[in-house]
Design a protein around this ligand. Structure first.
Ligand SMILES: Nc1ncnc2c1ncn2[C@@H]1O[C@H](COP(=O)(O)OP(=O)(O)OP(=O)(O)O)[C@@H](O)[C@H]1O
Ligand SMILES: [Mg+2]
Length: 697
């Protein structure tokens, strides 16, 4: 039973009384004989305090356990808990900045928002301008006012439209002895008590601890992100630097060799030795080849290479490659291979994937000093949300997993953070370009997979390639083998390419093969030429990307005028989307830049003779006849075999370039095998071409 006491106008004080009545008589005639009244206000307060304590603990637990995104959410929830705990109607949380002596509003209860009619509420206050509510900071203690309407010299009045206050309680929040915030609640139906003060202080104390932890975590995340950004900048710098270095070397060769030849030919008083001219041109050609390889590598890690996607059984790839991989390893390194018996299929560019395998194994080999073990394993892998969450870049799903682990040197965390960056290498100059893993990651991501890596210094490294389980829909982009010559006298061809130098090269190659060429820069000119033609045009060679109307659209319009026309698209990396949309294996051919006469003419042959069917592998097989002597004479056989066995593409390319001087056709054949990383094919080719005593074991 609650009783209100106190005179009119004075604040009321509730007392709790207990009545104990002892009846006299029985049944209907019973009536109280005496009544004992005792004041139980203290006991009642204790019970209330205990239940409030329980509530506060429950609210604190809820605050701790609720998943939340940011500190503001926590503050809003904390304020709501404080209002509920003190049975108040309104509340606020201000953060206090001691250095500036300023209070900044951080949370403001819904109820107050609905009631507040202040037109432009202020959110930052100087402590000096605050009234009663600032006392909490000035006096460094809780302030409780249960009769707000009563006059108080500390009050400075509210702005017009402010919520009417009846009761008010505010407590300071301390952190290491400094006030960091104040919370205020207002308009409880009953008066605020010391229990409210205690529980509110405890609640805010707990809240601030969680808040501080969240703020520290957020700051750590921001620092990590900053670091990541600066590492990215560093990586881009390294990439640009690496590219610039390699291309500048190649350009130095091209520019100077071209100048030598020009100077010699332009001098009217001397006739340059033929041999010198040939040598200059060959060096230019070689530099061009190396630049093309470099561009291909860049495209691989920028995930923009054109892939020949097919359904692949990785066990098959591993089996086919096992022999060759063993040849890459020194005697005291053991290679074990374990194939998962019922491995799912996946979709990759098989040729490029072989390169992934070679690079991972070569890296493992290089990390092993002395005796060591490399293990290749395949497995089916189903990742759920939790498992995927543990691997960077992963997502849930069904994957085919290839693992390459070694007992080598392992990597420090610092090295590990950079391994996928192009041109990052810890190998001595001349031993690593630092492009291997960036290509691996690029290819795997382009195939919608991801790479996971674990490494421990002095223990070893464990690379995992995850590729999604699946089959192809059958669409692939195929590159025909280089052409061994072809003549199409009198066939008229329309060439559309906006780069004048490339256009002129195209025209020259095609004219050299007997075609009658009209070469234009724009699609409108091409359409006009197609309309004006008095006889059927047999071949359209068009760049995929053209201003105003792209190559595929142009081809559609020209085909309407010349239904029998064969089409070849010229593409570079950026056009892959357009190409993949059309390349279904039987449609128009797609020739990738950079091209040479061999590859262009091979596409022409495919387009004119087979309606776009790419030549078969057998058609493209190199003819070893006549090469034997050249190889032996030039001492190239041993060097080539060695380079191929060690998968040193650069060395092999150099040897092939030298071979080109004495046997250009054979060199072209070998180059084509190298470009597809078909090292075993190249070794077979060499075996067939060389005399028995030269054959490597
Ligand atoms: N299995 C491994 N064990 C230890 N370190 C490795 C391993 N694989 C890669 N690394 C580290 O990652 C770096 C980058 O590897 P990446 O394959 O990209 O380039 P590279 O091997 O140095 O040169 P490239 O592959 O172009 O010849 C290596 O230089 C090496 O420091
Ligand atoms: Mg490597």
């Amino acid at each position: 039973m609650g009783l209100a006491g106190g005179g009119a106008g004075a604040p009321t004080t509730a007392r709790w009384l207990a009545l104990h009545c002892t009846p006299r008589g029985r049944g209907a005639g019973a009536h109280p004989a005496y009544t004992l009244v005792s004041d139980v206000t203290a006991e009642h307060a204790m019970v209330e305090a205990l239940s409030l304590n329980d509530r506060r603990l429950q609210l604190q637990l809820d605050l701790l356990n609720a998943p939340r995104g940011d500190t503001q959410e926590l503050l809003d929830e904390g304020l709501a808990a404080a209002i509920a705990l003190t049975a108040s109607q309104l509340g606020y949380i201000f953060k206090y900045r001691e250095a500036e002596q300023q209070l900044e509003l951080h949370a403001w209860s819904r109820g107050a928002m609905d009631l507040c009619r202040v037109l432009a509420p202020q959110t930052t206050y100087d402590l000096a301008e605050t009234g009663l509510w600032g006392e909490v900071v000035r006096q460094r203690r809780p302030i409780m006012v249960n009769a707000f309407a009563m006059p108080n010299p500390l009050k400075r009045g509210h702005p017009e439209g402010h919520v009417a206050l009846e009761r008010f309680l505010s407590v300071p929040v301390f952190d290491a002895g400094r006030i960091v915030a104040v919370i205020g609640v207002a308009n409880k139906a009953a008066p605020y008590t010391q229990t409210d003060v205690l529980q509110l202080s405890l609640l805010m104390d707990g809240l601030w601890r969680v808040l501080s932890r969240l703020e520290v975590e957020a700051a750590q995340r921001a620092t990590a992100e900053q670091l990541r950004q600066s590492q990215k900048t560093e990586a881009v710098g390294r990439l640009a630097g690496g590219m610039a270095h390699d291309f500048n070397n190649l350009l130095s060769v091209i520019l100077n060799r071209a100048d030598f030849s020009l100077a010699a030919l332009e001098d009217p008083h001397s006739s340059p030795p033929r041999g010198d001219l040939i040598e200059d041109l060959r060096e230019i050609r070689l530099a061009g080849d190396r630049a093309a390889t470099l561009v291909r590598q860049m495209l691989a890690f920028s995930r923009r290479q054109v892939l020949e996607l097919t359904t692949v059984d990785l066990n098959g790839v591993v089996s086919d490659f096992e022999q060759m991989l063993r040849r890459l390893l020194p005697e005291d390194t053991t290679l074990t291979v374990s194939r998962f018996p019922e491995l799912w299929e996946t979709v990759v560019d098989r040729g490029r994937f072989e390169q992934v395998l070679v690079n991972l194994v070569v890296n493992a080999r290089d990390a092993i000093d002395g005796t060591g073990r490399i293990e290749i394993a395949t497995c089916n892998s189903v990742l759920d949300e939790t498992m995927a969450g543990r691997l960077a870049g992963a997502r849930p799903g069904e994957f085919v997993r290839l693992t390459v682990s070694d007992t080598g040197s392992g990597m420090s965390q610092d090295t590990l953070a950079h391994i996928f960056e192009p041109f990052f290498t810890t190998k001595p100059a001349g031993f690593g370009t630092g492009l291997g893993l960036s290509m691996v990651e690029g290819l795997v991501q382009q195939c919608h997979g991801f790479v996971a890596v674990r490494s421990e210094v002095d223990t070893g490294t464990h690379f995992e390639i995850y590729l999604p389980r699946g089959r192809t829909a059958g669409r692939t982009v195929r590159q025909p083998r280089p052409d061994r010559g072809g003549r199409w006298p009198g066939v008229s061809a329309l060439v559309v390419e906006d780069d004048a130098a490339v256009r002129s090269v195209l025209a020259r190659i095609l004219e050299g093969a007997g075609l009658v060429v009209t070469a234009v820069a724009r699609s409108a000119e091409a359409l006009a030429a197609a309309e004006a033609a008095t006889r059927p045009i047999g071949l359209l060679v068009t760049s995929v990307v053209l201003p105003f109307m792209n190559g595929p659209e142009l081809a559609t319009r020209v085909t309407r005028l010349h239904p029998e026309i064969a089409v070849i698209f010229l593409a570079s990396c950026a056009d892959t989307r357009l190409i993949e949309a059309r390349a279904d294996g039987a449609g128009p051919g797609v020739l990738l830049k950079p091209f040479d006469a061999g590859s262009l003419l091979s596409h022409v042959r495919a387009a004119l003779a087979d309606g776009g069917r790419p030549p078969t592998h057998e058609e493209g097989q190199p003819d070893a006849g006549g090469t034997r002597e050249a190889l032996v004479e030039a001492g190239l056989h041993r060097r080539l075999t060695d380079a191929l066995q060690k998968a040193r593409l650069d060395d092999a390319s150099r040897a092939v370039a030298e071979l080109a001087r004495v046997a250009p056709a054979s060199a072209a054949a070998l180059r084509s095998l190298l470009e597809q990383y078909d090292y075993d094919g190249a070794l077979r080719w060499l075996r067939d071409a060389a005399p028995q005593h030269e054959v490597a074991p």
